[in-house]
Design a protein around this ligand. Structure first.
Ligand code: GTP
Ligand code: MG
Length: 337
């Protein structure tokens, strides 16, 4: 009977693995789409360098960190010395240049928390946002991309988690839920803590890459091609990891006291960071330390209201565990507020 049960479990795991991998495969952007993104970047680079020869454009966010789904928008960062003109002036000028070149839906949002110019390219059909001098985002994009190259299970897990979060409407910071960036950090931190570990802690190793941006030192081991076998002692499959991911965030993480920290590969105490109470709109219910901007809690946006909508358990284990995960957050909320 035991053997039969084991075989059935293995069968279930195999079926779940196949289902998760099918979702993952269906979400990966085709090479053709990545080529079109590059084509659009080249067009933008030409337009920008005519006006500002010293300026550079960098892709950041999911289109450059390898966690993008097919048909995603692109995030572009314009890096230049603004001289006497302020960010808004430059972005308004940029919007004029793009409009004159027949890019569509061009809009400069200069009052946003991160000011951007929005655009849509009718040739490739790709939409994008251009921000200015957000170099930390370019560097944290590299960190995520480097982690993704170490073990393919990170990319698979993050795709399933992002897919779940987008389907369930819990990937919208302006509605009190987490950003994709925060979910990917949770995946990395979870894989750093598996035993045997599937991912190392790159910021705890010899430094091979180092830049200082706005007085923030960003330094870590980036020769990730040397770490391809790092996770090979851990044989967990994607189905086991998806299950364990939700189990971990539902039952194992101490939301009341701990901070998720990719920088250290483990957790830190909320007290040490002074993230123990609500300050203004920052609730610190779930705390996720930015790997470089250490005073930045990516979980600060999480609110109780939207979480209420999510506690309806569904048939599949992934949604069931997610519901528990959310319930856990609610419990923490009610004990701390
Ligand atoms: P999707 O657009 O959902 O596919 O994911 P994305 O990876 O583009 O994520 P998101 O829109 O959350 O963030 C885009 C990029 O902005 C991230 O990859 C980070 O580089 C950066 N970013 C997002 N939020 C923050 C933040 O709070 N602080 C910093 N420093 N960077 C952030
Ligand atoms: Mg994005």
């Amino acid at each position: 009977r035991n053997l039969k049960r084991q075989t059935m479990c293995r069968g279930d795991i195999n079926r779940l693995n196949a289902a998760f991998l099918a979702i993952y495969d269906s979400l990966i952007p085709a090479d053709e789409e990545k080529a079109k993104q590059k084509q659009l970047l080249t067009v933008l680079e030409k337009l920008v360098s005519k006006e500002w020869p010293e300026a550079r454009l960098y892709l950041y966010g999911s289109c450059a960190n390898s966690f993008d789904f097919s048909k995603s928008d692109i995030d572009v960062c314009l890096v230049m010395e603004a001289g006497n003109s302020d960010k808004s002036e430059v972005l308004l000028k940029l919007a004029d240049i793009l409009q004159a070149d027949n890019l569509q839906n061009v809009q400069a949002l200069t009052r946003a928390r991160v000011p951007i110019v929005k655009l849509m390219d009718p040739v490739t059909g790709i939409s994008g946002d251009i921000c200015m001098n957000n170099v930390l985002a370019v560097v944290n994009t590299k960190l995520l991309r480097d982690y993704a190259h170490i073990d393919v299970r990170l990319r698979q897990l993050a795709f399933i988690v992002k897919h779940w979060a987008k389907s369930r409407g819990v990937n919208e910071t302006y509605h009190g839920t987490l950003s994709s960036y925060a979910y990917v950090l949770m995946c990395i931190n979870f894989l750093q803590q598996r035993r045997p570990a599937i991912l190392p802690c790159l910021q705890g190793m010899d430094i091979t890459y180092s830049v200082t941006i706005d007085n923030v030192e960003c330094a870590y081991f980036d020769q990730v091609e040397k770490l391809r076998d790092f996770g090979s002692r851990n044989r967990e499959s994607i189905a086991q990891l998806v299950w364990a991911f939700f189990h971990y965030w539902a039952y194992c993480h101490d939301y009341a006291n701990d901070v998720i920290s990719v920088r250290t590969g483990c957790t830190l105490s909320k007290r040490a960071k002074d993230w123990t109470r609500r300050i203004g709109n920052d609730r610190h219910l779930i705390c996720i330390e930015d790997p470089f901007e250490l005073s930045h809690d990516l979980g600060r946006v999480v609110d109780k209201g939207p979480l209420d909508l999510l506690s309806v358990p569904t048939a599949t284990c992934i949604h069931g565990h997610a519901a528990d995960f959310i319930k856990r957050l609610q419990q923490v909320h009610s004990t701390t507020h």
